[in-house]
Write a protein that binds this ligand. Structure first.
Ligand code: NI
Length: 265
């Protein structure tokens, strides 16, 4: 197995182990004869110089990924970039980072306390995106972060791991629309993220996306274990551009709402 395949397999393994909905959805689709193609894997971090987007991207760059497009989410205070691999069968990577300088001093103080616990050797490892949480924190600090930014709370609780994988709907053979896949998922008991509508985007924006709400998972903080929204599953249908090639990027207004799949509820 190549180093790239090994990293992607490990990320997948840890993602499905933590989030029971992932295997359930896979089994439901496999039982219909579907083979699942992964459109992209998403990661989250803080824009602290030690662990920012560019640091988290390093292992992927070493494995042949190339930076593509940048995105900015004004209200959520996030920057993001997506990366593609020359091999078409390899999923895109989407990495976002919280702009700490636009957050409160209290949030910045707590995040500094987390980052200061990281061993310098950990951030240069080729498996950094799969290392998980590299710090301890109290449930109170988690709540403080999450109250200001759900995104900050998620990163603090889970660290470096896949935030979501994404089923490429184009590659499914028994669903002719994202809507029909959504209906199938709802009929099987899954709850979808309805922020901004069940389907974000349209054929006109060249990308339609939907997602489940994140599984609630127990997270151990230094003083208590509490239930926190973990990871979700995303579904994407891409459309051809006027020149005939498939749209390969992301749509900021849609992604903005997809982020909310991990909000506490
Ligand atoms: Ni996504």
């Amino acid at each position: 197995m190549s180093e790239l395949d090994a990293l992607l397999a490990r990320l997948w393994c840890e993602y499905r182990e933590m989030n029971p909905q992932v295997d359930r959805i896979h089994t439901l689709l496999a039982n219909r004869g579907e083979t699942i193609v992964n459109d992209h894997i998403a990661f989250r971090t803080f824009n602290h110089p030690s662990i920012g987007l560019d640091v988290l991207a390093q292992p992927f760059l070493k494995l042949g990924y190339l930076p593509c497009e940048n995105y900015h989410f004004q209200d959520k205070k996030l920057n993001a970039r997506h990366y593609e691999h020359p091999l078409e069968t390899v999923p895109r990577i989407f990495i976002s980072e919280l702009q700490l300088e636009r957050c409160s001093l209290e949030l910045q103080r707590i995040v500094s306390g987390l980052v200061n616990q990281i061993q310098p050797a950990q951030v240069t490892r080729n498996d950094l995106p799969a290392l998980g949480r590299l710090w301890q924190l109290t449930s109170h600090d988690f709540q403080t972060l999450a109250d200001e930014s759900e995104y900050a709370g998620w990163v603090a609780a889970f660290g470096f791991r896949a935030n979501h994988f994404t089923v490429l709907v184009n590659a499914l053979t028994t669903f002719n629309s994202l809507e029909s896949l959504n209906t199938f998922l709802k009929n099987n008991g899954f709850t979808l993220n309805t922020s901004g509508g069940e389907i974000k985007g349209s054929p006109q924006t060249l990308l339609e996306q939907s997602s489940t709400l994140a599984d609630i998972v127990p997270v151990a903080f230094s003083d208590a274990t509490i239930d926190v929204p973990g990871c979700y599953y995303e579904f994407a249908r891409r459309y051809a551009q006027p020149d005939g090639s498939m749209f390969s990027g992301f749509v900021t207004r849609s992604a903005d709402r997809i982020f909310e799949s991990t909000h506490r509820r």
